[in-house]
Design a protein around this ligand. Structure first.
Ligand SMILES: Cc1cc2nc3c(=O)[nH]c(=O)nc-3n(C[C@H](O)[C@H](O)[C@H](O)COP(=O)(O)O)c2cc1C
Length: 169
């Protein structure tokens, strides 16, 4: 298998198209090495300080992913290719607490280049991220309707440095 760099602009345009359709995949890993993936419909990605790309995802405390992001402060955002729709939908319904989502889907785990959470072979691009700051609620960047939720149900936002963007052939 070959690792190929994907242009940040391509990740940006395809990622923003998909995040509004079935969503993207957010891959994380436990401290003892068990990987997981969940579907996300909220992603900030682009160029930040000194031209370096950055990423932000929002995860509710109820998700298993929330626990994993506390254990290993890295994640991969995988931008799906056509043909992965059923797998993406499953990762948005099932929890990694109960099932191994990689076993239950046709998604193939690939070792990432810079971070511990895995990349996914069937994806257009895998955006490798290291968290540098997490904003737990209360915070003000979500829309007012979300700010009305009880604090314990509000998302934590994970800002991250992007270390690489790759696809596998
Ligand atoms: C299209 C879609 C978008 C979603 N976006 C998010 C999101 O941005 N943040 C979040 O916490 N949950 C989101 N979810 C819900 C999680 O994907 C879902 O609860 C998942 O089962 C959690 O998996 P986990 O327990 O293995 O972490 C989304 C679900 C779908 C179907």
């Amino acid at each position: 298998m070959h690792r190929v760099s994907v242009n940040v602009t391509e990740c940006w345009s395809k990622g923003y198209e998909d995040v509004q359709k079935g969503g993207l995949l957010l891959n994380s890993i436990s401290k003892d090495g068990k990987p997981n993936s969940m579907t996300i419909g909220w992603w900030i990605f682009g160029w930040n300080y000194m031209g370096k790309p950055m990423s932000a995802v929002a995860v509710r405390p109820a998700r298993y992913t929330f626990t994993l992001l506390d254990e290993v402060e890295e994640y991969v955002v995988s931008i799906p290719n056509p043909g992965t729709e059923e797998a993406v939908s499953y990762c948005g319904r099932a929890s990694g607490r109960d099932v191994d989502k990689f076993q239950e889907t046709n998604l193939t785990i690939v070792e990432s280049a810079h971070v511990k959470p895995p990349s996914i072979k069937e994806c257009f691009a895998n955006v490798e991220c290291r968290i540098y700051y997490k904003q737990r609620p209360p915070h003000s960047i979500l829309s007012p309707q979300f700010r009305k939720l009880p604090l314990e149900e509000q998302h934590t936002i994970y800002f991250a440095e992007v270390l690489g963007t790759y696809r596998y052939t």
